[in-house]
Design a protein around this ligand. Structure first.
Ligand code: HGY
Ligand code: MN
Ligand code: MN
Length: 398
């Protein structure tokens, strides 16, 4: 709730977008709390923060608890934040109980998980996993043309440490489910064994601008009519691949967006997801060829660019078992789940044994300022996180 006071939204949630002044204030508060808990904080060249608790054997790779503090423009208070601050709470609890682990432990705030201001999402973990170069990440621009690298410097979080390329024992990410399943089934936790894959493709349809009063309909090349047909096509492709597929156009810019000018160009981004890589690729083909056909029919130019992608993820069996065993030992009701949302864990799974824990959220609502969880759900998630991490990091008898 303290963190939620930074970068408040307009309806009780948060607008603490990555690399804004509010993101800096949130980072500074997290840094302060970590130092109060005796952690040493380091920052890498993507601005990711690693708050480290020494292990009995400092030569061993760390067990990480990571998620993100940046939010959507109309985000909730718990998406990402729960996982980072639960990690800090685990450290505080270990301190209070005088528990020393063999492996070091790191609480991690991954930069730009949301991808709302700078696409793609889960950016810093992608660079950490070697899926994107630092230079390409630095060159990304927001809608105002500001660069990621420039904004990272501006807020003072462009660290010196190299990104990635260091051994990790394991990473656990506690995150709200962002869907309705756990609450509807009256369960306290999700044991996340898989995550669906994602593709973000940005299209630009170009016709020509002309007067809405004087230009006869047959000669127009209206880019927004093309985009409207494309939005309907995207929805239809997802329904064709039911029950597992989802596809959305949530980002659309009309130019020049004047009431009495026929739109000359429209840029929109398609977010498509599926747990099956084969079906995801088939969806992508159906959508790209479908939009190109729409452009042909309306004599529009069409360009497209992939701006985000990760394949379906199978999380590490030992880490998933550590989560499931903790839930069983502690008596929390739970079920295995596939994550519909993308998370930093999806990229880190490529370079370290990784698993996730889901906490229910009220009505399954997320990416909405009304996002809510209960303290009991948060405590259950943090409890399982602590036990999974301690089981993996090992305990040294004092
Ligand atoms: O888009 C996602 O899945 C994540 O919530 N940023
Ligand atoms: Mn998130
Ligand atoms: Mn999110």
């Amino acid at each position: 709730m303290e963190m939620a006071k930074i970068g408040p939204g307009v309806a009780g949630g948060n607008n603490r977008q990555t690399l804004t002044d509010d993101d800096k204030l949130g980072r500074d508060l997290f840094d302060h709390w970590c130092r109060q808990a005796g952690l040493t904080v380091s920052v890498d060249r993507m601005g990711t923060m690693f708050a480290r608790r020494a292990g009995a054997d400092e030569t061993l790779p760390p067990v990480m608890m990571g998620s993100h503090l940046d939010t959507q423009p109309t985000g909730g208070k718990f998406d990402g934040v729960l996982g980072v601050l639960a990690g800090l709470e685990v450290v505080r609890s270990l301190n209070e109980m005088g528990i020393r682990t063999r492996h070091p432990i790191e609480v991690v705030n991954w930069t730009n998980e949301e991808g709302a201001r700078f696409a793609p999402a889960i950016l810093a973990s992608a660079v950490f996993a070697g899926k994107m170069s630092l230079e390409d990440a630095y060159a990304l621009t927001d809608d105002e043309g500001k660069t990621f690298g420039g904004e990272l410097s501006r807020i003072g979080y462009k660290g010196e440490n190299p990104v990635g390329d260091r051994p990790i024992k394991a990473m656990f990410e506690l995150h709200i489910e962002q869907g309705p399943i756990l609450e509807a089934e009256g369960l306290e936790l999700g044991v996340v064994s898989h995550a669906q894959g994602l593709r973000w493709i940005e299209f630009t349809l170009t016709g020509y601008e002309c007067h809405t009063g004087t230009t006869p309909m047959p000669v127009r090349r209206n880019a927004l009519v093309g985009a409207a047909r494309a939005v309907e096509l995207v929805n239809k492709v997802a329904l064709d691949f039911e029950p597992d597929a989802v596809a959305t156009v949530g980002y659309l810019n009309v130019s020049p967006n004047s009431r009495n000018i026929v739109p000359g160009s429209v840029t929109f981004c398609v977010d498509m997801r599926n747990p099956s890589l084969e079906d995801l690729k088939d969806m992508e083909t159906a959508i790209v060829t479908g939009v190109e056909q729409i452009a042909d029919d309306l004599k529009l130019d069409c360009t497209s660019q992939e701006v985000g992608a990760y394949d379906p993820v199978v999380f590490d069996e030992d880490c998933v078992s550590a989560v499931r065993n903790a839930a069983e030992q502690l008596g929390y009701s739970h079920k295995d789940m596939v994550s519909g949302a993308g998370h930093d864990a999806c990229h880190i799974a490529a370079v370290a044994p990784t698993a996730m824990i889901f906490c229910p959220c009220v009505g399954g609502i997320s990416h909405n300022e009304a996002e809510e969880i209960t303290p009991e759900w948060a405590a259950a998630g943090a409890d399982v996180l602590l036990h999974a991490v301690v089981a993996t990091a090992g305990v040294v008898e004092e």
